[in-house]
Design a protein around this ligand. Structure first.
Ligand SMILES: [Zn+2]
Length: 297
């Protein structure tokens, strides 16, 4: 009799424990899924379909990763008409990664998003900048874009036909208030596959050269203080080395950035955007953003 009672209690305890664990696991999953997200969109080059003869839009890699200007425009129209906040890397750091600054009152209720463009293509200047300028005239609002650049591959006066930006073009976009200039390593090496000495050069020299190009236009010293790892490739060693020079590190892993659950600011997720993504699907990514509240999480 006693044994039967004991077995009954044991069974009850196990059922209760399993029920409790399931409940906690489902609750955590729901909290994670519904946590506020910030879409950090990762573009590369921009193609203007009305100018098919542009010499700097050649190459399979460029074409595969690029996005059409004519598809980007309706996306930006939507964002400008729907109260989005175009984050710089420093704003993401101050307001969402470290929460070291109180949210400005005028940002409450806005939907944060980041538009980033990797590799420093000439098209950031020739095709993207004029679009941003015309949208500013239309909406009286600036769209801030983050350019993750490899200063070791910039165009020089000698390489005038280069597919990459030159320092004067970077300076112009920065001076006009559209560009947030950040690092993508010196020469686009896979940082997880190089020796420690080369890794240090790729990280440190990229920062030095970006600052050399822009120092007089950057009173707050924000240029080259954040990095996007080339190919989104990083490991513990890369993150530790990056932390010596940069405040945060961006991946390229097609995941939404979830600041409330982020443990490591050198593993910031970005979403891939290329020509396989229709304007509507990019708008749907943007719609995952949330209206910022004072407590942020
Ligand atoms: Zn890249």
């Amino acid at each position: 009799m006693k044994l039967a009672k004991l077995i009954k209690y044991k069974n009850f305890f196990f059922s209760f424990a399993i029920g409790l664990i399931t409940f906690v696991a489902i609750s955590i999953l729901i909290l994670y899924i519904t946590a506020p997200k910030i879409p950090l969109l990762g573009f590369h080059g921009i193609i203007d379909l009305e100018k098919p003869d542009q010499v700097f839009v050649q190459g399979t890699a460029f074409q595969e990763m690029a996005y059409n200007k004519q598809d980007l425009e309706p996306v930006l129209d939507y964002l400008l008409q729907n109260n989005y906040w175009f984050l710089s890397t420093q704003e993401l750091y101050d307001y969402f990664l470290t929460k070291s600054q109180p949210l400005p009152a005028e940002k409450i209720g806005k939907r944060p998003i980041m538009l980033s463009f990797d590799d420093g293509y000439k098209t950031d200047y020739v095709n993207l900048l004029p679009l941003l300028e015309s949208l500013e005239k239309k909406y009286n609002q600036k769209v801030k874009v983050v350019l993750f650049i490899n200063p070791g591959t910039l165009a020089t006066k000698e390489s005038i036909a280069s597919t990459k930006l030159g320092c004067p073009e970077i300076r112009e976009g920065l001076q006009k208030g559209f560009y947030d200039i950040q690092s993508h390593g010196l020469t686009h090496k896979n940082l997880a596959k190089i020796d420690p000495k080369t890794l240090t050069i790729e990280l440190a020299e990229a920062q030095t050269q970006l600052k050399q190009c822009t120092a007089d236009l950057d009173p707050n010293r924000e240029v080259g203080t954040h990095i996007a790892y080339p190919y989104g490739s990083a490991n513990k060693q890369v993150e530790a080395a990056a932390a010596k020079y940069y405040k945060s590190g961006y991946l390229y892993n097609s995941k939404f950035f979830n600041h409330c659950w982020l443990k490591n600011r050198y593993q910031i997720s970005r979403l891939t955007v290329n020509r396989e993504k229709s304007p509507q699907s990019v708008i749907e990514m943007a719609q995952k953003s949330h209206q910022v509240k004072r407590d942020r999480c």
